[in-house]
Design a protein around this ligand. Structure first.
Ligand code: HAM
Length: 431
């Protein structure tokens, strides 16, 4: 197969027969975000490269190694978004959304691009659903966004997903921590990878989430941030846990969680599963009180999370969670002859106008293959229209499951009568 009929490594197609799975989880996410007061924001797929360098952080793996960055014909450096938070924050700033009242609560669906080594659950183009809340330092907000994620997982019937929680403090408590890390990693300087050596001075915390096996092994015994939290950060963390307890959300405190992006402060969390292999983090997020300021705005403490839709679907698959398949055809109208074709076309239009799914032959098949096709697409009811039916202006509607037949007039009452028939027979069949 030539290159133009092969998708790019690390990307996936969602085919028509699978898309209902995406639509189902997206509907649940959209609905749950609404219930918690979030409204959708849509931002461009590319942004100025500097936004991610400043927002996500110069010393992160994402910025140092994984961005799809290119120069436009106009000579600007732009980058395909590696995540949704920076773009949403840029839009909040650009449109001064804080003037509409705080907190600002935004949710989004985004495709993201990271040049990582593809493996199960790790793609170069992947999709996230996320929420961001701007303009609150209250620990209630931390618990609130965690509840949004938890509610989505519960509604989807996902089990055995651990919520792991940590606090990585504020810039003040972090300066002490950085000192301790520099000292610890400094004694392993020779073993650390080149990138981590360069991080040692600038941002030693980033060494903690390096993917190289040697660096991660060394990181296991590194000092823990929780031993360096200032009183305010400690109190905030205690309050977040209290509100999670109030909401009945279970969690474990995991002091090794630091997250791979630079903007985080205080609370960070991940929902992790053992069902889908090494890439078991389905959702990650936390507070980022300094990001809006870093991008040139006023102090606007904020927080959010994003979940990977591919990983979520993998997890549901592994847990055997069935996603209801939507009906693909309520009525198939098979035809013999030109007059029947015309009649069928007007009948399916009237049935479709009632919001039901109706199909007729559009490829020129004979009657038998048409009926085979009706079976294949799972038509619930079918009609065969030939010269007789046209002459008598009536036809038998066949229930494809029970074989039961009902005669309906082929006039303007057809669609209404068919709607009633399919409702009653479907209900009767369910009972
Ligand atoms: P993140 O942890 O980089 O955080 O990504 C969030 C989720 O996206 C991950 O938990 C995972 O499910 C999915 N994901 C990440 N990389 C890949 C990949 N290469 N292939 C497939 N799925 C992937 C963020 O992106 C932050 N912006 C989250 C956030 C929002 N924090 C505050 N607000």
């Amino acid at each position: 197969m030539g290159v133009i009929t092969k998708k790019i490594k690390g990307t996936e197609d969602v085919l028509p027969k699978q898309s209902y799975r995406w639509q189902f989880v997206e509907d649940v996410m959209r609905k749950e975000a609404q219930v918690y007061g979030f409204k959708e924001i849509r931002t461009p797929v590319f942004e100025h490269t500097e936004l991610f360098q400043r927002g996500v952080g110069q010393t992160t793996d994402v910025v140092q190694k994984e961005m799809y960055t290119f120069d436009t014909k106009g000579g600007e450096s732009v980058t395909l978004r590696p995540e949704g938070t920076a773009g949403a924050a840029r839009a909040v700033l650009e449109h001064s959304l804080e003037n509409d009242g705080l907190p600002i609560k935004a949710s989004y669906f985004v495709s993201c691009y990271r040049y990582e080594k593809p493996q199960a659950g790790r793609l170069r183009e992947f999709h996230q659903f996320g929420v961001e809340e701007y303009g609150t330092q209250s620990p209630i907000a931390d618990a609130e966004i965690i509840c949004v994620a938890k509610s989505i997982f519960d509604r989807l019937g996902i089990k055995q997903l651990r919520l792991e929680l940590n606090s990585i403090g504020c810039p003040e408590c972090r300066s002490e921590y950085h000192k301790a890390l520099r000292e610890y990693f400094g004694s392993h300087k020779e073993e650390l990878c080149e990138t981590c050596n360069s991080r040692l001075e600038k941002n030693p915390m980033r060494i903690l989430d390096c993917k190289s096996p040697i660096c991660s092994k060394i990181a296991e015994n590194a000092p823990k941030i929780t031993d360096y939290l200032c009183d305010e950060c400690k109190e905030h963390f205690a309050q977040v846990q209290k509100y999670l307890d109030v909401a009945g959300v279970e969690y474990i405190v995991n002091p090794t969680i630091v997250r791979g992006l630079d903007y985080y402060t205080k609370t960070v969390f991940e929902f992790v599963t053992d069902f889908i292999g090494a890439q078991g983090t389905v959702c990650g997020g936390g507070r980022y009180d300094g990001l809006i300021e870093e991008l040139g705005g006023k102090h606007l403490p904020s927080l959010g999370f994003a979940m990977g839709i591919e990983r979520l679907l993998m997890l549901m698959d592994k847990q055997g969670i069935e996603i209801p398949k939507p009906s693909s055809c309520d009525l198939y109208v098979a035809t013999m002859g030109d007059k029947a074709k015309e009649k069928a076309f007007s009948l399916i239009k009237s049935v479709r106008d009632c919001g039901l799914i109706a199909e007729t032959d559009v490829v020129g098949r004979g009657l038998r293959p048409q009926m085979k096709y009706a079976d294949k697409i799972g038509a619930k009811f079918s009609i065969v229209l030939g010269d007789n039916e046209i002459e008598q202006n009536s036809a038998e509607v066949k229930n494809m499951t029970t074989g039961e037949k009902t005669t309906l007039a082929l006039d303007e009452t057809f669609a209404d009568k068919f709607s009633v028939l399919q409702l009653t027979e479907n209900e009767a069949f369910k009972i």
